[in-house]
Design a protein around this ligand. Structure first.
Ligand code: NDP
Ligand code: 8X3
Length: 252
């Protein structure tokens, strides 16, 4: 049976680029996200090449996630790769100015959404065994603190530790687990984080060379298609023109 990849957040950015990359290699695609029209556009684009199954899905909805997995058509049941990519940052302002709801949304999506999908697909991935991969999208923000990262960075630290711990539990099953932690990449990420401020997004990515969604999709594909006896635990990747923030000093 053709290998399938299950992608969360396939309507934009890394997830959409990954759909195209895996389609190039002949994988069947299970594409999920909340924006149905985007899913349908991608289905139309790629279904001439490979089999495509789209599911309008909010990863925060535990019951809907379980239903989507339980109702996977037979032709898509052979999930070799789970790309836990859906996620977002909100509220770039300091913690003390943030609406609590925005923190909850990040935790519900980046943490609970990821575990919802992982939990639902674990039996399938374990059935596949050797060569199956879970790829969780973390972030440099999960390791390196900066102002305005507060709960976002903390959710990505969760992604890293969850990935390592999951790997321990899956030891012996053949299923691999990787945290890919990108730095700055130009997608709709900043537009979402700023609630639609295109100028802020243009400014962040302007006059420098950010990574592209395709750069990250290539890493996802690389990790998923390594020989079955290899596991990359953590893959941190940045544009050459980005480094860490310096120490900050409060002065009189
Ligand atoms: P985009 O905003 O371009 O894409 C985010 C994707 O996540 C969309 O497809 C969106 O789909 C989906 N998504 C968001 N919330 C939900 C939800 N509740 N249920 C289902 N899908 C959801 O950003 P990126 O491609 O950049 O982000 C992808 C991942 O990469 C995120 O986890 C992000 O944190 C991470 N990341 C991004 C970096 C960057 O610089 N761009 C760097 C490091 C990590 P829809 O709205 O249709 O539901
Ligand atoms: C996104 C990377 O540097 O914008 O996860 O926090 S950064």
């Amino acid at each position: 049976m053709t290998k399938s990849v299950f992608i969360t957040g396939a309507t934009s950015g890394f997830g959409r680029a990954a759909a195209r990359r895996f389609a190039e290699a002949g994988y069947s695609l299970v594409l999920t996200g909340r924006r149905r029209e985007r899913l349908e556009e991608l289905e139309q684009e790629l279904s001439g090449k490979v089999a495509v199954h789209v599911v309008e899905l909010d990863v925060r909805d535990e019951a809907a996630v379980k239903k989507a997995v339980d109702e996977l058509p037979e032709a898509f049941a052979s999930i070799h790769v789970l790309l836990n990519n859906a996620g977002l940052a909100l509220a770039p302002e300091p913690a003390q100015d943030v609406a609590l709801e925005d923190w909850h949304t990040m935790i519900d999506t980046n943490v609970k959404g990821m575990v919802n999908v992982t939990h639902a697909l674990l039996p399938t991935l374990i059935d596949i065994g050797a060569g199956a991969s879970i790829i969780n999208i973390g972030s440099t923000a999960g390791k390196w603190p900066y102002k305005g990262s507060h709960v976002y960075g903390a959710t990505k630290a969760f992604v890293e530790q969850f990935s390592y711990n999951l790997r321990c539990d899956l030891h012996g099953t053949g299923v691999r687990v990787t945290d890919i932690a990108p730095g700055m990449a130009e997608t709709e990420f900043t537009l979402v984080r700023t609630k639609g401020d295109q100028a802020a997004s243009d400014q962040l990515y302007g006059n420098t060379t950010p990574m592209s969604a395709e750069d990250i999709a290539e890493q996802m594909f690389y990790v998923a298609t390594l020989p079955a006896h290899l596991n990359i635990n953590f893959l941190e990747i940045q544009p050459v023109r980005q480094v860490w923030a310096g120490m900050a000093v409060d002065r009189d």
